[in-house]
Design a binder for this molecule. Structure first.
Ligand SMILES: [Zn+2]
Ligand SMILES: [Zn+2]
Length: 271
């Protein structure tokens, strides 16, 4: 089983646990590496890290890195939102994520609530497909805007599928928008995340992205990395076994992993 991951949230953002609680949970699960990726600051967004807290976040993770160095490798990353300013100093890595679309001079999160999604769709002439196209257009630019090292939860817009499906994901327009974003991102050579976070929170039955997106990534020579986008220490690594089965079924033979020094691959049939 995979014993490392780099998409972790804490009380610096919308996570439930302190960084140290997360490190202890990871050691307990036998992890060899844990990377923190707090949400980059966005003014007015409660779930994002406050700009004034960013130096404290860096300092606290640096302390944990040192304190636990004999037991686990700790990394300090960031989940860089497509609408955030770029960080002033480098992080160990960046996860490039889209959480919303810009419409009417404001940013609308697609993962905040069902009510907000309904309001947003009404701004797109009541057409969920118009919204899906705008969302995947933003996703297709996420690496150009953030220079990230991992593409986070590619189809977050489909978060509500289990409780309130807004999209028919097999609709030709939805599919063309999603596959168009895959095509735009492949040339960067950056892994796409298989993200099990919405399972932990009860919104989805399976990890992002959907199967045909995984296959499209594979067919175009892309790679995948596994994360639980963990906001709760008790749910670290949730859904990894099922996600690995889906990655194998999509045809991948290797999986990207983060090591202490950079990105590497493991044979997916040996994990
Ligand atoms: Zn995210
Ligand atoms: Zn996240």
């Amino acid at each position: 089983m995979i014993k490392s991951e780099v998409h972790i949230h804490t009380t610096y953002g919308d996570g439930l646990n302190t960084p140290e609680e997360m490190v202890k949970a990871a050691i307990k699960k036998g992890y060899t590496l844990l990377g923190f990726s707090e949400h980059s600051p966005i003014p007015g967004e409660k779930w994002a890290m406050k700009e004034k807290d960013e130096p404290l976040y860096r300092a606290e993770i640096a302390e944990l890195k040192e304190k636990y160095k004999d037991r686990i490798t700790v990394l300090c990353g960031i989940e860089q939102d497509s609408f955030s300013d770029l960080p002033k100093e480098p992080y160990d890595y960046m996860i490039a994520s889209v959480h919303g679309v810009e419409k009417g001079r404001r940013i609308w999160d697609v993962d905040a609530s069902i009510e907000q999604m309904e309001d947003l769709i009404s701004l797109f002439s009541g057409s969920p497909m118009n919204l899906a196209e705008a969302y995947f257009e933003e996703v297709s630019k996420v690496l150009e805007k953030t220079h990230g090292d991992i593409i986070g939860h590619f189809d977050l817009i489909n978060k509500w599928e289990k409780i309130h499906p807004f999209f028919s994901i097999d609709h030709p327009r939805y599919r063309a928008a999603a596959e168009g974003a895959v095509k735009a991102l492949i040339p960067y050579g950056v892994p796409f995340e298989v993200n099990t976070g919405a399972i932990a929170r009860g919104y989805r039955a399976s990890a992002y992205p959907v199967n045909y997106v995984m296959r499209a990534i594979h067919e175009r020579g892309g790679d995948m990395i596994l994360s639980s986008d963990c906001h709760d220490a008790e749910k670290l690594g949730i859904g990894f076994e099922d996600a690995l089965k889906r990655i194998r079924a999509a045809g991948f033979e290797r999986l990207t992993v983060r090591t202490a020094t950079g990105f590497d691959y493991v044979d997916i049939n040996k994990v």
